[in-house]
Design a protein around this ligand. Structure first.
Ligand code: ADP
Ligand code: MG
Length: 211
């Protein structure tokens, strides 16, 4: 995997999330202010706008540029949080995206940075309820060589994490103002994160099938 692949994955994520635009908008209308899908799509568009200039740059530089771009152009808590995740990942890049252990280290570093930035952890009805379990699972299976197995496992963990937010009350973000009334609604950030992860996993499975 190189920078070209990264931009390719971003396009795939944008395509999949766009398909769920109305659903995500509704989720944030129910327990937030409705702008989450706008912020996510804006972030993806800004990230993709860096493609031409950066496609041949090293992966860590590309992650850093994307993170900075999102940080400076995307609003909402999710803009700053996703930017922090991506910049955090850029700091742990170890010259290869072929090795799952490296990917796992990068992802964990990004998630840790997000936890600090958001002062939050698992169980608070946020995107971290998807991202933290995924980081843990990646670490657990870092030696697995079959990428389709990795993708299936990660997809499942992300799905479970997203669904787990439904019955939670929120202790961070706008949904925390709602108290018990947030129950029964999936967190929009958890849904968009899960869809992004699922899009990457499905692409990996597809690639493996075509080998
Ligand atoms: P805003 O809440 O400022 O309108 P968005 O609507 O773009 O921003 O994003 C909302 C999402 O951000 C929530 O669904 C939740 O997943 C996530 N979020 C909000 N606050 C935090 C936090 N402190 N830590 C982690 N994630 C958070
Ligand atoms: Mg919002």
């Amino acid at each position: 995997m190189n920078s070209k692949d990264i931009f390719n994955y971003l396009e795939i994520i944008e395509f999949q999330i766009s398909k769920h635009k109305d659903e995500i908008e509704k989720l944030d209308q129910e327990i937030g202010d409705g702008d989450h899908i706008f912020n996510v799509l804006r972030g993806l568009k800004e990230a993709n706008s860096l493609k031409e200039k950066n496609i041949n740059e090293p992966v860590d530089k590309v992650f850093k540029q994307i993170g900075m771009k999102i940080m400076t152009t995307v609003g909402g808590s999710s803009g700053a949080l996703f930017a922090t995740l991506i910049i955090g990942m850029s700091k742990k890049y170890d010259n290869s995206l072929e090795n799952l252990e490296n990917i796992s280290n990068m992802f964990s570093e990004g998630v840790e940075a997000m936890k600090i930035r958001g002062k939050s952890n698992v169980g608070e009805k946020t995107m971290l309820d998807v991202l933290i379990p995924v980081a843990i699972k990646l670490k657990e299976i870092k030696n697995e060589k079959k990428m389709n197995l990795v993708a299936e496992k990660i997809k499942k963990v992300a799905q479970e994490g997203m669904l787990s937010t439904k019955e939670m009350i929120a202790t961070k973000g706008r949904a925390s103002f709602l108290g018990e009334r947030a129950k029964g609604h999936i967190d929009p950030g958890a849904r968009s994160s899960q869809l992004a992860i699922e899009a990457i996993c499905n692409e990996l499975i597809k690639l493996e099938e075509n080998l």
